[in-house]
Structures are given as structure tokens and as C-alpha cells.
Design a protein. Structure first.
Length: 455
């Protein structure tokens, strides 16, 4: 009996040791893509659904390929170490940036996000960062109405991310993804439907550790991998037997291929033409942008819709394989990766809205500098690295100078925009050796040092 107990104890110690080794290896070796995120830096808002908690002062954010210890949050809930008076005391332009996590920039250190890069180029002006992770166009409309307009901005920029900003404005697609009514939506009459505080409480419970599954998935590499394997088995079961689709409880027609998988769901935005669910999502998105334009124009400010690049990321490139894996057949011919860009361009032209497609300058920078994969993003996360924020900030300033909305006298170095010198700055010069190694050593492991343009 004693020998059996000792053998069991030794076996248990060996198992625990192996688990510890795997957990450590999962954090050291580049063999995972991130565990998931906490959203405890957010709090419920009765109109917006969520907002950055201004009582925190700083928040942190880490993943497998970055570790941001302290992100400054001011008393208005903006990402900034500065407090801004409601009435500008500087003579230069005040620019309000509306957007989601790509604008807030939790993946980069203070001073590296686009708003900070813009502010450094303005002698007397400011760029105010109203980005909040997870926000859609309807939330950005009400962010301007409730918050940003109080600061009397001269220019309002709506940063638009095609891969999720349209779906974020649809209650049906959001519900199909299992997120509940976390965001404000429009009803059939275009009236506001407030977010559900109960849905928010559920998500916060998951994020703060009240839900064991989500806590283990966020903090345990082994559990994270096992959960991904289980989800893959469920996808196969759904494809084979039609069970387990995330859309079933939401009342989505099971014939919609995008509703069969939470990751594949993002691809619905590329349908040309859209099915009825996505067409309504597009209609509500365009209604939000139209109303925002009217409000900004009435306030005497300039308005820009800025399309952030996402087709350069790994998501769109992996769509055919993902579709075949989930559905069991080739991706349909009605998928057009240019559809969101073309639709947004046509819509803004019809509304008389200034439209800035950042894909053009991102492509130019890539041709000139040939950055290593993952280019402007993080391999483990998919958000902008400091390089993505740099090109975003300078491309926007270039357009504002071109339009005459910002003058040369407002700028610290306007000459760099006349000759596009800002596009000539190499990643090595911009980032430095330490950041280069942190961001691109993952690319060297995965792609053998391939340049982004080779993909």
C-alpha cells in the first residue's frame, strides 16, 4: 500500500512538472497566438455600452509578443497623460480621433500611438484619442455627441476597420457571436436601442475571473490549446451533423455560412452583394456615419472617414482555408475582399465626406521599405505595431495638409509631406533594434525572414 502511494505521488509530481514545463514553454517559444484579453479597464455606460474607466489612471496590456506595463488614462477616459480643457487654449488645430482598439493602441507604449504621433507634429495643436476597444460606428457616433464635441474639435476623424466595424453595428451578428446586447443599436426606424446592462455584467464576470473557463483560457497556455482543439472538433461536428453552430440560439438562419463559426463570421462583410442580415448591418453603419457627418458639419468642424488597412493582415489571406475547414467546400465566388473599401468610397463620395484610404500609403511604405512579416502588425495579436501607428498618423496629416485643414505654420516639419519623406523612414530607423527584435523575431521564426511584400 505504501509503495502504491509513493508511486502515485511520484507520478503526480512528474505530471505537475511536465505541465509546468509546457506552461513555461508556451510563454517563451513562439508557438501560440495569445491567450485572450481582460476588459476590466472598461466600465458600463448606459448609452455607449462601455467606456474606458477614467478612475484607473493607467492600464496594462500584454500578450506573447508585447508587454505594455502602463498606459496613461486621463480623467475624461481618453488615452493620454494630459488633461485637455474643454475650450482649446492653443491656437493650432484640435483633432478628435474616433475609433476602436486600433486607435486607442493598447499594444504600443505611451507616445507611440497615432494620436501622440500626430500631436508631436503639431506646434500648437492636439490630437485627442477617443478610441475604445470593441467600438462600432454607432458607438462612435454617440461618443462624438456625448464626449468629443464638448472639446470643440476643428477636425473629427472616424477610423473605420472593415473586418469588424460593420458587424459591430448589428444586433443579430453580435448575438450570433455570443456577445449579447453589449452595444447600442438602431431599430427598424433608426432609433437608438440602449445596451443591456445584464449582458455587460456577464462579460465583466468572465473577464474579471468570475467565470472559471474564461479565467483558465486567459491564464493557462495548456487550457488555451485544449480549448482551441475542442472548438475545432465542434466545427467539424457542426459541418458534419449541423450541431453546435453559434448562431442557433440567436435565431440566425442556419443557411448563412458565416454564422457557422465565430472566426469565419468576420468574412460576411466581404459578400458582394450582402445577404439580408449584412445588408441591414451596412445600412445601420452608413446611417451612423451620415448622422455623424451631419452633426460634425453643423458644429462647424471638418469630417474625415479614414479606412484602416486590414486586408494586409493574415485574416483575409487565411479565409479560403478557414472556409474550407468549417464548411467543407471552396469559398463562394461572391466573396470580394475589395467590397467594403469600394462601398465605403462610393458612400462617402455620395455624402460629400472626405475619405482617406490608408491602404494606399501602407502599400507605398511596404514597396519602399520592404518590412519583414508581420509588416505593420503584431504576429501574436493582429493589431498595429508602432510602425502601423506611425504610417497612420503621418498619412492623415499628409491629407489634412493637402486639404488645407492644417497649415504648414501648424506643423513642426511640413517639408516631409511635400516630398513624402515620412514614407522613406525605415522600420529599423523608426523602431530601433530592441523593438525590431521584439516584433519581427516572430516573423523570422514563422516565415524564415520573409518580407511582407513576398506574401
Amino acid at each position: 500500500m505504501l509503495n502504491r502511494t509513493k508511486s502515485f505521488a511520484v507520478f503526480a509530481l512528474v505530471v505537475l512538472f511536465l505541465i509546468g514545463v509546457l506552461e513555461v514553454a508556451g510563454r517563451i517559444l513562439p508557438i501560440q497566438v495569445g491567450f485572450g484579453q481582460s476588459i476590466t479597464y472598461l466600465r458600463f455606460h448606459p448609452v455607449l455600452g462601455s467606456e474606458v474607466d477614467p478612475n484607473l489612471a493607467t492600464v496594462s496590456h500584454s500578450n506573447a509578443c508585447f508587454d505594455i506595463k502602463a498606459i496613461a488614462i486621463n480623467q475624461a477616459g481618453m488615452r493620454s497623460s494630459r488633461e485637455y480643457p474643454l475650450v482649446p487654449i492653443k491656437e493650432g488645430p484640435r483633432i478628435a480621433l474616433l475609433g476602436d482598439s486600433f486607435i486607442m493602441g493598447r499594444e504600443v507604449s505611451d507616445g507611440e500611438e497615432a494620436a501622440a504621433a500626430i500631436s508631436r507634429q503639431l506646434l500648437e495643436g492636439d490630437a485627442l484619442n477617443f478610441g475604445v476597444p470593441g467600438y462600432g460606428s454607432i458607438q462612435q457616433l454617440y461618443t462624438y455627441e456625448l464626449k468629443a464635441r464638448n472639446y470643440s474639435p476643428d477636425i473629427v476623424v472616424l477610423a473605420f476597420l472593415e473586418v469588424n466595424d460593420v458587424e459591430d453595428n448589428s444586433d443579430l451578428i453580435t448575438a450570433a457571436a455570443g456577445w449579447g446586447s453589449l452595444r447600442p443599436m438602431f431599430d427598424n426606424e433608426g432609433e437608438l436601442v440602449a445596451p443591456d446592462p445584464n449582458a455587460w455584467s456577464l462579460i465583466m464576470n468572465r473577464s474579471s475571473g468570475g467565470d472559471l473557463h474564461y479565467s483558465l483560457r486567459r491564464y493557462s497556455y495548456i487550457y488555451f490549446i485544449l480549448d482551441k482543439l475542442i472548438m475545432r472538433v465542434r466545427r467539424v461536428a457542426n459541418r458534419t451533423w449541423g450541431v453546435g453552430a453559434p448562431s442557433q440560439e440567436a435565431g440566425i438562419d442556419e443557411d448563412y455560412w458565416w454564422a457557422k463559426d465565430n472566426v469565419l463570421m468576420h468574412a460576411g462583410v466581404y459578400q458582394s452583394p450582402p445577404d439580408p442580415v449584412w445588408q441591414q448591418a451596412w445600412n445601420d453603419t452608413e446611417l451612423a456615419i451620415e448622422r455623424l457627418n451631419q452633426m460634425v458639419t453643423k458644429d462647424g468642424s471638418k469630417f474625415v472617414v479614414m479606412l484602416l488597412p486590414s486586408t494586409g493582415s493574415s485574416y483575409s489571406a487565411s479565409l479560403p482555408e478557414r472556409y474550407a475547414d468549417v464548411i467543407g467546400e471552396e469559398m463562394p465566388s461572391d466573396i470580394d475582399l475589395m467590397y467594403p473599401r469600394n462601398r465605403l468610397r462610393q458612400f462617402t463620395a455620395a455624402q460629400g465626406i472626405e475619405f482617406l484610404d490608408l491602404n494606399d500609403n501602407f502599400d507605398r511604405y511596404q514597396e519602399i521599405n520592404q518590412p519583414l512579416l508581420p509588416g505593420f502588425y503584431y504576429m501574436c495579436d493582429g493589431h498595429f505595431s508602432p510602425l502601423g501607428h506611425y504610417v497612420t498618423a503621418h498619412s492623415l496629416l499628409d491629407r489634412l495638409l493637402e486639404k488645407g485643414w492644417v497649415s504648414e505654420d501648424d506643423m513642426a516639419n511640413p517639408e516631409q509631406y511635400k516630398s513624402d519623406d515620412y514614407l522613406q523612414v525605415s522600420p529599423e530607423e523608426l523602431l530601433g533594434p530592441e523593438a525590431m527584435d521584439t516584433i519581427y523575431n516572430w516573423a523570422r521564426v514563422y516565415e524564415g525572414g520573409s518580407r511582407a511584400s513576398e506574401r
